[in-house]
Design a protein around this ligand. Structure first.
Ligand code: MRU
Length: 344
């Protein structure tokens, strides 16, 4: 992504150090963080300095590779296992994390000697990062064809370059439509409680001069009812084999509202986000986060001292509300997703 004229990925590796754009500082500050050990990588994922399913997947993949590079030979396999367990326990919903950690770990332990294993781990992590960028561009190319001139598109959370390694999933078709000269307008759900829409999606759109407005999460129905939204595109954190999709809390209600108002609702995600071991959305674990994310705003408490909060970070949109799933292999109806199993 271009930030102040320079090209960045959201996460990358330089020597033994993992670099990320600190997403908790945007849009006020653009800061690059260096993660030098497993504790720092896990903390960055937990605190959402790096967030979004593929970006978490890439950070974790580099995390395993880093553990392999920094472990002494005598502790190599013990440390690797420790790294795998710690990374898998950071955030439970986004599937890319599980996909990449297992992929890199398995590649390392299958390699015959430690020197080669280290190289192989890094190669595997880098491959995921590069393939994610290619997948996002393909998603953009397929998805762009759905966007007509003068379309007004609603998106929820941030499924942009920051949430992936680069380019984005839901924002990829929007980027390409804008680059192709289509006149488009993006409605950006603010996305309480962490405000990924207001802070991150708006930041990415503003950097590229893509026309947009931030709306309160509960305003989408108003704009749909008044005929001001032509389509919805969101990302996903995990897609089950039957096409049910987990995404940021609030996605489900947008999908129901879209159906009620005859507006097409699309999910954009790479194959790495599809979990064929989950038969339906009921099998997808939902992360609950700290209640302070709800009770405070900019770290100032806004709720009565005695009031608790409940804070699910994701919800499940049943396949029946999804018009299509935009992947790097094309656009599919939710019940066709199962056919992609061999392509993964
Ligand atoms: O809690 P977050 O910010 O990690 O949640 C992110 C989302 O819900 C995104 O929409 C999803 O990961 C798709 S990102 C390409």
């Amino acid at each position: 992504m271009k930030i102040k004229g320079n090209n960045y990925r959201s996460v990358w590796m330089e020597h033994n150090s993992i670099k990320i754009i600190d997403q908790t500082k945007l849009p006020e500050k653009f800061e690059i963080l260096e993660l030098n050990n497993l504790t720092e990588v896990c903390e960055a994922i937990l605190s959402m300095k790096v967030r979004g399913a593929p970006a978490i997947g890439a950070a974790a993949a580099f995390g395993i590779a880093q553990a392999a590079f920094t472990s002494a030979e005598s502790e190599f396999y013990t440390n690797l296992k420790k790294a795998k367990t710690a990374l898998l326990n950071t955030r439970p919903t986004a599937f890319d994390l599980f996909y990449t950690v297992n992929k890199v770990y398995n590649a390392i332990i299958k390699t015959d000697n430690i020197k080669n294993a280290r190289i192989c781990g890094l190669k595997e992590a880098q491959k995921f990062a590069d393939e994610n960028v290619e997948a996002c561009i393909k998603i953009g190319e397929y998805g762009e064809k759905l966007i007509k001139n003068n379309f007004r598109i609603l998106t929820h959370c941030n499924a942009g370059a920051l949430a992936t390694v680069d380019f984005g999933t839901a924002l990829a078709p929007i980027r390409i439509a804008h680059q192709n000269g289509k006149n488009i307008f993006v409605f950006v759900d603010e996305t309480r409680p962490r405000l990924q829409g207001a802070k991150l999606t708006a930041f990415e759109l503003a950097e590229e001069n893509i026309p947009h407005s931030i709306i309160a999460d509960n305003a989408a129905g108003y704009f749909m009812q008044n005929g001001e939204i032509d389509m919805v595109i969101t990302g996903a954190d995990r897609i089950a084999a039957n096409g049910d999709a987990a995404n940021k809390i609030g996605t489900y209600e947008k999908a129901v509202l879209a159906k009620e108002n005859n507006i097409p609702f699309y999910i954009a995600a790479p194959l790495s986000t599809i979990d064929f071991t989950c038969n339906s959305g009921e099998d997808i674990p939902i992360e609950f986060r700290d209640e302070d994310e709800i009770l405070a705003f900019n770290e100032i408490r806004i709720a009565p001292a005695k009031s608790p909060a409940k804070n699910p970070a994701f919800d499940i949109t049943p396949a029946k509300y999804i018009t299509g799933i935009i992947t790097e292999k094309g656009i599919f109806k939710p019940d066709e997703i199962i056919n992609l199993k061999e392509k993964k």
